[in-house]
Design a protein around this ligand. Structure first.
Ligand code: ADP
Ligand code: MG
Length: 502
């Protein structure tokens, strides 16, 4: 069953139905990731996943019986989508859609390596003024980055990545080449994750967030992956005239504690002191994954709404950092977009594709570079980042094909387990500075990133549910039950229609 089934959503903003309580620009909130309610056969629990995915917009509607509910597509009229008519949008691949697939497997569900791209930032104005030497050379065409150890009379070290973006590369190029294909996959029903990994000050946050003030019109050239992904997702869905619903979460992981960057309560009094912020607990979902209890899932209808939420969340993160006199160097942030797209195939069958995009801005990788005496000192100062260290160990275990992969040793690796050797598609953007003063850290980042290239995931499309078939089958089974053909106790709908987990 889907954990969404217990989320309550208000009626969507609609020009035909003005609601003073929910002006169209105010995102709707819901408490997410709650454990499912106990199965209630009389309410047709099997439909929970489907109705839940359709984001039942009526708060008073607590039972999940009845016909599938409308999607919250932000437009007045419902549009019917037929794939044959859907698209001139060339970037959207459509394999596997069009067949009414319950088990969800298709040709693209093969093993895929984690994609690792390398970005080297330019020297800052201050560094240039101070004549800081550049010790990193990038060859974008050959996809190589070389650390100029020769400056210290040692052999240069060259690493090859899936893509290399030199100091001159623009935000747009990074998005178009490294992230846009991933967003296409999310809309096809895959769960995908983009990690930014690197030493503090190398451009992780710049790459992920960049500038994102712009609510309408063209994005600024410095807009990062997050606002670009949001814009791209809406552009594709609008071009397809798709019926869809979308929600977002934004959390921070600091010192193994999870806080909700979008929590609705007035937490201004907690902002200054991260230690006093309410924390959320991470629980097992019973399917090998984890869920966060009480994390707010906010239903969104437009790119502008998501930009405001991103802005809001990242300001909260920064405020807490400033109070601690550090710059996001020790906290991880995970921004997730959940998208459900309804597809009507020829024959009027309805499928739902469920994709999730995680955009992760990791803590500074310098803490994993420490060793020996430095490590002891760092541990005493409470600087060692358990999640980041475990991430490193998980990567090592996966690369070395170890029997035991220590996912459970940290919250980050529990949360993002499926992105590391699991069913998600993953891209790591490793960031480095060319500064000669950071050579040691740069080598550590390159080493980690290079090793992560050999992690193999098994991407799996989230199962598409064919509602008409599902309903028909359900009614048939209920009929049979009534007639006593089926033992009630052995009746398990979810075992027939396992809905892709998020
Ligand atoms: P991190 O998040 O890795 O600690 P930031 O993203 O905060 O690093 O970047 C540090 C500084 O460098 C910021 O002032 C940022 O604007 C600048 N910067 C980072 N990458 C680039 C880049 N590719 N082009 C221009 N400026 C950059
Ligand atoms: Mg940062």
């Amino acid at each position: 069953t889907s954990k969404f089934q217990n989320t309550r959503k208000r009626r969507p903003p609609s020009s035909s139905r003005p609601s003073p309580k929910s002006p169209s620009r105010i995102p709707q909130r819901s408490r997410g990731f709650r454990p499912n309610p106990p199965p209630d056969p009389s309410s047709g629990v099997a439909l929970g996943g489907v109705a839940g995915m359709a984001h039942t917009p009526n708060p008073s509607r607590r039972s999940w019986v009845g016909p599938p509910t409308p999607f919250l597509t932000p437009r007045p009229e419902r549009r019917e989508l037929r794939w044959a008519e859907a698209g001139s949008h060339s970037s959207v691949r459509r394999s596997g859609v069009g067949a009414c697939s319950i088990n969800g497997s298709n040709d693209r569900d093969r093993e895929a390596n984690v994609q690792v791209v390398l970005r080297c930032r330019p020297l800052s104005v201050e560094e240039q003024k101070a004549n800081v030497q550049s010790a990193v050379s990038c060859n974008d065409t050959k996809r190589e980055v070389t650390v100029l150890n020769s400056l210290f009379k040692q052999a240069d070290k060259t690493f090859t990545f899936d893509t290399v973006f030199g100091p001159k590369s623009q935000q747009r190029a990074i998005y178009d080449h490294a992230v846009a294909p991933i967003v296409d996959d999310v809309l096809e029903g895959y769960n995908c994750t983009v990690f930014a990994f690197g030493q503090t000050g190398t451009g992780k946050t710049y790459t992920m967030e960049g500038e994102m003030m712009q609510q309408v019109g063209e994005l600024p050239t410095s807009a990062g992956v997050m606002p670009r992904a949001v814009r791209h997702i809406f552009d594709i869905l609008e071009a397809q005239k798709a019926d869809y619903s979308m929600k977002v979460t934004f959390l921070e992981l600091y010192n193994e504690e999870i806080t909700d960057l979008l929590a609705s309560e007035d937490q201004s009094r907690f902002l200054e002191d991260r230690h006093k912020r309410p924390t959320l607990s991470l629980m097992e979902d019973g399917k090998g994954g984890s869920v966060i209890r009480g994390l707010e899932e906010i239903v969104v209808y437009s790119p502008g709404e998501i930009y405001s939420l991103l802005q809001h969340g990242s300001t909260r993160r920064r405020t807490a950092d400033t109070a601690l006199n550090m710059q996001s160097s020790r906290s991880h942030s995970v921004f997730s977009i959940y998208i459900h797209v309804k597809v009507t195939t020829t024959g009027n069958r309805e499928l739902i594709k469920c994709g999730r995009l995680n955009l992760v801005d990791l803590a500074g990788s310098e803490s994993i570079a420490r060793s020996g005496a430095k490590e002891v000192r760092a541990r005493e100062a409470g600087e060692l980042n358990k999640s980041l260290l475990t991430l490193g160990r998980v990567i090592t275990a996966l690369v070395e094909d170890s029997v035991h992969v220590p996912y459970r040793d940290s919250k980050l690796t529990r949360l993002l387990r499926e992105s590391l050797g699991g069913k998600a598609k993953t891209c790591i953007i490793a960031t480095v500075t060319p500064s000669v003063h950071c050579l040691e850290e740069t080598l550590v980042t390159l080493d980690y990133a290079y090793r992560a290239k050999s992690i193999r995931n098994k991407p799996e499309v989230n199962q598409k549910v064919c509602k008409s078939v599902m309903l028909k089958d359900l009614y048939k089974k209920m009929e049979k039950m009534k007639q006593g053909f089926l033992q009630f106790s052995s009746y398990s709908y979810s075992s027939h229609y396992h809905i892709g987990s998020h």
